[in-house]
Write a protein that binds this ligand. Structure first.
Ligand SMILES: Cc1cc2nc3c(=O)[nH]c(=O)nc-3n(C[C@H](O)[C@H](O)[C@H](O)COP(=O)(O)OP(=O)(O)OC[C@H]3O[C@@H](n4cnc5c(N)ncnc54)[C@H](O)[C@@H]3O)c2cc1C
Length: 415
């Protein structure tokens, strides 16, 4: 059996980032294996919206995003390769009745050195290049440092970085089981390509982690919440490539420019359980839509109601876009934990197991999470890069001694 310093399960943006950071730190003295059941970057990491914004209600997440932003801008120092970024900034459109909450977020952003400030409607329209409509009862905030990237280019950059750093990766190789020794330490994995031994194991298998690790008593309460993403072309040039990212909380939609003048859009995830169940019945989240395809498929006729709803929202916000026609539309799945925070760091119960999963919007943190786990695993650091990870530990979902319930049971934000 071949042995590795670390095996990473899951070749999405999170798994690749950990493998790259670890291998760079270990150099020739430590071997790293990345095992992926499909293709590298072929999971949800192939079809996200590629938006990076620092602004966040959670100040710790905001501080993390500042460091993550700096890593993205200097990626070649960390990965030996870079990914093209478009620093278009972002415009946030808020309902004026929630103005106090938004102004608090702006104050917290400023405390943490993130520029995020309210702008006049006329300035918002100017920043958008005249693309957006301005409505009564709306507030506008500008985050000039927000940027966007393309999933395909990120995927390509990751593959190059895996090669450049000497990470061994195995595609089309599902891990079926995790092997433990008598002392409860991970010894290795059993996969389609046989057994591999390791001193450390990183779980970056997203929502599949629950099934994979649950058999060994490691419970990760991650569920999937569906969301449609789509791109549209329009007559007369479409949207400008330099258009800021539009976080439209009045229309409940995120918009960005996409190559070829296309407008890209997704709505916040749908949490209505009957709707989610219906989708799951009709369309398995695993297999369908989770494997990478360079697709240009139009909307599925079954989803025409969603498509019409999306187009209505586009017309509301972009009244000048003529002759909209969809170029692709697809359902994707966010991976959500009960408190909406990611699971990052040491497992706590299994001494040589680590996690990097969950949290919904995690692409933007990926290279930072890689550095955090890289430092934690190679140096045994308890607060890697100065971040305390207790609040992201899987331990928060476990029962305390003598308690009848874990600290966090389920439902949103119960702590
Ligand atoms: C519509 C949409 C838009 C988004 N937009 C943004 C955005 O703008 N900005 C942002 O920061 N985030 C965004 N996200 C979130 C972002 O896409 C994810 O947080 C990120 O891609 C997750 O990466 P991952 O590596 O955990 O998952 P994945 O890419 O799914 O990787 C997990 C991998 O594990 C593999 N795997 C699972 N089980 C096994 C096994 N047993 N053996 C081997 N391999 C296994 C899978 O095949 C998969 O490739 C968006 C998500 C969605 C759905």
């Amino acid at each position: 059996m071949e042995n590795f310093h670390t095996i990473v399960i899951g070749g999405g943006v999170l798994g690749c980032s950990v493998a790259i950071s670890l291998k760079r730190r270990l150099g020739p003295k430590g071997k790293v294996l990345l095992v992926e059941k499909g293709t590298i970057g072929g999971g949800v990491s192939s079809e996200h919206s590629g938006i990076f914004r620092s602004v966040n209600r959670d100040e710790e997440a905001l501080r993390m995003s500042l460091v993550a932003s700096s890593i993205w801008h200097n990626l070649s120092e960390y990965w030996g390769t870079s990914v093209p970024l478009e620093v278009n900034g972002s415009l946030w459109i808020a309902d004026a009745s929630h103005g106090d909450a938004w102004r608090e977020i702006a104050a917290a952003s400023q405390r943490n050195d993130v520029t995020f400030s309210e702008v006049e409607p006329s300035r918002a329209q100017e920043l958008s290049g005249g693309a957006i409509s301005i409505g009564d009862g709306e507030l506008y905030f500008h985050e000039p440092g927000a940027f966007q990237l393309l999933p395909d280019q990120l995927r390509e950059g990751q593959r190059q970085a895996l090669d450049a750093n000497g990470v061994r990766f195995q595609e089309r190789c599902p891990v079926h089981n995790i092997a433990f020794n008598g002392a409860g330490r991970v010894e290795g994995v059993e996969s389609e390509e046989g057994r591999f031994g390791c001193s450390h194991l990183v779980n970056a298998a997203r929502a599949w982690s629950s099934e994979l690790l649950g058999r060994n008593g490691v419970h990760l309460p991650i569920r999937m919440e569906p969301v449609f993403i789509g791109n549209w072309e329009s007559r007369e040039g479409g949207v400008s490539p330099s258009m800021p990212i539009i976080g439209d909380y009045v229309n409940e939609a995120y918009f960005r420019s996409w190559p070829g003048g296309q407008l890209h859009m997704h709505r916040p995830r749908n949490r209505e359980s009957a709707w989610v169940e219906d989708l799951f019945r009709k369309q398995s989240p695993i297999g369908l839509g989770e494997d990478y395809e360079d697709y240009q498929s139009p909307w599925d006729p079954e989803h025409s109601r969603v498509q019409q709803d999306y187009e209505r929202r586009i017309r509301n916000r972009f009244p000048h876009l003529e002759g909209l026609s969809p170029t692709k539309g697809r359902i994707r799945y966010f991976d959500i934990t009960p408190d909406h925070r990611f699971v990052l760091g040491a497992d706590g119960e299994v001494p040589n197991l680590y996690h990097s999963v969950g949290g919904g919007q995690a692409m933007k943190y990926a290279p930072l999470f890689g550095e955090i786990l890289g430092e934690m695993i190679t140096e045994g650091s308890a607060a890697p890069l100065g971040f305390q990870l207790d609040r992201f530990s899987v331990d928060r979902f476990r029962k305390r001694a003598g308690a009848t319930e874990p600290v966090i049971r389920d439902s949103r934000g119960t702590l």
